[in-house]
Design a protein around this ligand. Structure first.
Ligand SMILES: O=C(O)CCC(=O)C(=O)O
Ligand SMILES: [Fe+2]
Length: 389
């Protein structure tokens, strides 16, 4: 049946104001044009034209690759150098041979897809404006502050402490909790192994290698440093973990909008699983470049807290997400931080006369304050933490 022009227009207008239901809802209801709420100013739009005319290859980036299995073997020190160089020069790397069985990673992507396929009435149950909620379904990036919305729906799950959070997680699909929990546990363990390597690559882990010849004073200093290093690791064990399932439905006009605006990640490290659909772009040498997905690998990136902790040696790099006309894209990000009550500051051992402190102290409360302020639409959080002198 062909609707008369007027009634089609009325339908369209009502879809325009339904953006709080998310982009999957818009797409399923047959939206043919991107509503005004999603249209970015011309200067912020993705530059597909440039990409087409210069050849897509100039805009595809092979990130440095870190082989996790090699990191555990006799070549550890070389791999640590590559790790440090990736964190300094790209802020990103791809992690291969990470040891998490393929079944576990593919299951979590699959169950995320199935969650977003549930009817809106089911997904809507998890909508909440409370940032501290153990489960939060929503749309766009920061939907209370975004002037222009982005083309993404998400489900955020607090993973720590798990026994408190779990009963709030979706009970549908039926295997959702089981698959998401086993993934969250594996990824937390991998994160801790990566932190150990990252601290070592910053010259911070003093491995126990006492010898008979060491004099007692030296031993005592070394023991103290070892204890401090062990303490940092222990703090990370108790740290917070947030899992974000992202769904980017096909978009009728992908050159007018973005799946996620340019941002850096709050936290220490993010481990991202993406399906085979391209979309993630990082800022590298002043260009936006697309990260080629490698099946079964993780894209790992330095978060704001690691840049602060390393006193600026490692970089928390801006990234964004493009959408496309044809395919749904699913990604699962696992964001790891110190416990919420902890203060994040440059590691004292990385501050010196020649490399003074570059960042002020920060904690979770200061981040929440920032998110609620209008500044969050103008200035990057990390930037707001920089000391200017
Ligand atoms: O979907 C992606 O590729 C990136 C997601 C992301 O940047 C995030 O969740 O912070
Ligand atoms: Fe991100």
């Amino acid at each position: 049946m062909v609707l008369p022009e007027e009634s089609r227009k009325a339908d369209y207008d009502s879809l325009e104001i339904q953006y709080l239901k998310g982009v999957k809802y818009l797409f399923e209801n047959g939206i043919e044009h991107v509503p005004k709420k999603y249209i970015l100013p011309a200067s912020d739009r993705p530059n597909f034209v440039n990409e087409r005319s210069h050849g897509a290859d100039n805009f595809n980036l092979e990130l440095p690759i870190i082989d996790f299995a090699e990191l555990q073997g006799p070549n550890r020190s070389e791999v640590l150098n590559s790790l440090a160089s990736a964190c300094e020069n790209y802020g990103f790397f791809q992690l291969l041979n990470h040891g998490i069985p393929y079944e576990i990673t593919s299951n979590v992507v699959d169950v995320s897809k199935r969650f977003f396929e549930l009817p809106f009435s089911e997904r809507e149950k998890y909508m909440s404006a409370d940032m501290g909620s153990p489960v939060r379904y929503g749309t766009s990036y920061n939907q209370t502050n975004d002037d222009v919305f982005c083309w993404r729906d998400f489900l955020k799950l607090v993973c720590h402490p798990l026994p408190d959070a779990l009963p709030h997680w979706p009970s549908s699909p039926l295997d959702f909790r089981k698959l998401a929990v086993s993934y969250a546990k594996e990824v937390k363990f991998l994160f801790l192994m990566l932190v150990d390597a990252i601290l070592e690559s910053l010259g911070l882990m003093n491995k126990k290698n006492k010898t008979e010849e060491n004099d007692e004073d030296e031993d005592e200093d070394k023991n103290k440093e070892e204890d401090e290093d062990e303490e940092i690791l222990k703090e990370f064990e108790d740290g917070s973990q947030l899992m974000v399932l992202n769904c980017y439905p096909p978009c009728p006009q992908p050159d007018l909008t973005l799946g996620m605006p340019p941002h850096s990640d709050y936290g220490f490290l993010t481990l991202l699983l993406q399906d085979e659909v391209k979309g993630l772009q990082i800022q590298h040498k002043e260009n936006w470049v697309t990260v080629k997905p490698i099946p079964g690998s993780f894209v790992v990136n330095v978060g704001d807290h690691l840049e602060i902790f390393s006193n600026g040696t490692f970089k928390s790099v801006l990234h964004r997400v493009l959408v496309n006309q044809m395919n749904y894209r699913i990604s699962v990000a696992s964001l790891h931080c110190l416990p919420f009550k902890s203060i994040v500051q440059p590691c004292p051992k990385l501050v010196s006369e020649t490399n003074p402190r570059h960042y002020m102290d920060t904690n979770f409360a200061s981040f929440i304050e920032y998110l609620k302020s209008r500044d969050s639409t103008k200035e990057n959080f990390l930037h707001s933490r920089k000391l200017t002198s």
